[in-house]
Design a protein around this ligand. Sequence first.
Ligand SMILES: *Cc1c(COP(=O)(O)O)cnc(C)c1O
Length: 472
Amino acid sequence: MSGRHPAEPWRIKMVERLPVTTRQERQRALRDAGYNISLLRSEDVYIDLYTDSGTNAMSDRQWAALMSGDEAYAGARSFYRFETAVRDHYGYEHVIPTHQGRGAENILSRALIRPGCHIPGNMYFTTTRAHQELNGGTFHDVIIDEAHDPGCEHPFKGNIDLAKLERLIHEVGPEHIPYVSVAATVNMAGGQPISMANLTAVRDLTRRHDIPIILDAARAVENAWFIRQREPGWQDHTVAGVLRELCARTDGATMSAKKDSLANIGGWLGVRDAGLAEQARNLVVLYEGLHTYGGMAGRDMEAVAEGIAESVQEENIRARIDQVAYLGRQLSDAGIPLVHPIGGHAVCVDAAATLPHLPRDEFPAQTLAAALYLDSGVRAAERGTVSAGRDPDTGGNRHPRLELIRLTIPRRVYTQSHMDVVADGVISVYKQRDLLDSGLRFVHEPDVLRFFQARFLPTAPDSILTRPAREP
Ligand SMILES: *Cc1c(COP(=O)(O)O)cnc(C)c1O
């Protein structure tokens, strides 16, 4: 690519005003939020890169589709359109709608996981593992070691280590593994893809032991793009074709339509097995809604159906990945320690390498995210010790090797100029990193998914996070 960034493949039909705040206002907002960026109000955030989940800009066609939603309680036309879109693009025969991805995870985990079960996966995801554990299962990370090394340039850091998986199968017995959980791409590793060859090998291994594979399909379109770009043999395929091939190697999927599918809400569970589908439909009625709406309004199902079709349009997915790469390149050129290669939905800054002087139990990533917000009004997400939670056996903080702040790019929302602002903010905080000489401690710590609602205080009274702003 030349120095110039390719133009966005859309034009703007409606705009939304961005809140602009002073450093003093941000300092107050941060204090009120208990130094947890998850608790900031959106109106105090200038550029919000907390997540790409449900924060996408819908197209004119999606907005138009909303108006044609059929809100019938049972058998809505919108459900059948939704079901057809999922079947056509992902290939699962049975489609159970849910309000979002975790609804599908709940249904699946309740159907398949019993106390004493073991679930291997390519790195944990917060809600996925929480549902596995709530149902008595134990999660095992079987991702390749390279995924835990932020600097390593492996093109498929989402790959499963077959030796680790095989060892686990022998240790606990295949009968205690209800399924292998395969994420594409791997969110917690920074949006790293799994290769088709690796997934094929996982399928061959699990088939020998009669263990199903469940795909976490939230960003499978982005994964398909990387396969086409990086994996020999796939260059002549469409992204839609690669996506179908990915799904063909799995027995089912949980989906958050708030990611790839360009919607603001929605999800589904897709399975091939009729018995499991029957069980899931019984559960969905209890936890989500009838099996023809599953917690979504008819109009939501319309928006998702249209979004699925748009998600595999070549120019859409190309612009998406290129924009993330553009931000990554700017930060990388400035010497910021990042997770490499740049992932599909996010640029991840290595907070442990940025703040090596901070102990892990003072939460370097949470501290760096707070400092970035204070500096520029940009909200990142913490993906490190706070997100990882406590070890249920020892009670101590888990210390994942990756201690990151994740700059997550919503789809079709921000322009290239916004990416420049973000890059300037991150670079500015990086240059002042020596001033971040103390971290944070808990003053309130929830039991489950603690990163969302925890509250902190700076560990030192003169922390840069609380120091009065210098007059400009
Ligand atoms: C977002 C996400 C989920 C959960 O989906 P929700 O729609 O947020 O409930 C599961 N897995 C991955 C990889 C995700 O990114």
